[in-house]
Design a protein around this ligand. Sequence first.
Ligand SMILES: [Zn+2]
Length: 183
Amino acid sequence: MSAPGAIDTLEFAHSAQELSASVPVAALQRLEDILYDSAGSLEYTIRGRQDERSRPLLELTIGGSLNLQCQRCLGKLEYRVQFENTLLVVPPGTPVDDDLDDPEAPDTIEASPELDAAALIEDEVLLSLPLAPRHPEGTCASRFDTQSDDAGPHSASDKEADGARAPSAFDKLAALKRPRNKH
Ligand SMILES: [Zn+2]
């Protein structure tokens, strides 16, 4: 073990280690732009194991809540984070294999002797977030709601209207989501 929270991915998987920790939302700086505030924390567990073909895996369980900013009214939107993901540890430099026929193929992560666990969790949370979080219809205090009835004959689409004023923070999020899209 080296730096706190750093894990040697291959060793971690092969010896079936487990790490559970909590990280304050305020420490997840890449989330900052899309948050309404940085209250709360996320709990996570990383488990190492090998699959039936003896390939190293990291199993992640992440939970907690975030206060996102509603993209319609810009108010606080409490968002529950709860998901699991399994990452296949691959040698550094392995290209993302777009030819894989298996739709169930796991996401991959490059092997590292010093993986920053909190950064990994941040990545995973970013990838899991909705691109344009909004309060459900009817509970949103949007000042735009009252204008939608006046929309011209060709607009009307909520989606188009939102796209037109999409904040840059979510463009950034969209860009972040691309590299590790599911196949
Ligand atoms: Zn709203």
